[in-house]
Ligand binder design. Structure first.
Ligand code: E4P
Length: 217
């Protein structure tokens, strides 16, 4: 499973990239607003840190506008994935861009029918929003499982990118049902490392080691 960081905060991205476990980054207009930074400038900085796909979202709603914005975004770097919303204009843009060899992340996917359309439009990634579905009393994870089944039935190459991840178990469950990628806020990625038994195990090993008086180097 690939790990993407869902943030526009460059310091958080650098910290995660340093672990060697970060495969890409997703941003969206709300995350850019939260960063307080200029969009293009922050995306340029991110592609300087992360070699894998970096999603940058268009904000136009019509096909011509989306294609114009995508032109600007994809010129930033080869690892830009242009993010388009799951609308007829978004999927038309997806088809045009993917036909040109540009990576496309189709975002705001909330149903299997939408995911099927995204794959037919040649999306590199489809982003089902697990947390937002859970928020309205439906089971976000079962959407990931349904999309996996549909994509496998037809050998679609579109990668399922589990998005709107709210806690570590979302990551584990998404991995169990076969999501190709997950994107999560850095705080959640750091939580994945943690287990109280790891901490207490280290403490007791170190205590016993110190009492031997030995050194490795
Ligand atoms: C994905 O690409 C989105 O940026 C993100 O996962 C949205 O998550 P949210 O529902 O926590 O805003």
């Amino acid at each position: 499973m690939k790990f993407f960081a869902d943030t526009a905060e460059i310091s958080e991205i650098r910290e995660l990239a340093d672990t060697g476990l970060l495969d890409g980054v997703t941003t969206n207009p709300s995350l850019v607003q939260k960063s307080g930074r200029e969009f293009i400038e922050v995306v340029r900085e991110i592609v300087g840190v992360v070699k894998g796909p970096v999603s940058a979202e268009v904000v136009a709603l019509d096909y011509e506008g989306m294609v114009r914005e995508a032109e600007v975004l994809r010129k930033i770097a080869d690892n830009i994935a242009v993010k388009v919303p799951l609308t007829p204009a978004g999927l038309k843009t997806c088809k045009t861009l993917s036909g040109d060899g540009t990576m496309v992340n189709v975002t705001l996917c909330f149903s299997s029918a939408q995911a099927l359309l995204a794959a037919k439009a040649g999306a590199t990634f489809v982003s089902p929003f697990i947390g937002r579905l859970d928020d309205v009393g439906t089971d976000g994870m079962s959407l990931i499982a349904d999309i996996r089944l549909i994509y496998d039935n037809y050998d679609f190459e579109t990668q399922i990118l589990a998005a709107s991840v709210r806690h570590p178990m979302h990551v584990v469950e998404a991995a169990k049902v076969g999501a190709d990628v997950m994107t999560a806020p850095p705080k959640i990625i750091w939580q994945l490392f943690k287990h109280p038994l790891t901490d207490s195990g280290i403490a007791s090993f170190l205590k016993d080691w110190e009492s031997t008086g030995q050194k490795i180097v």
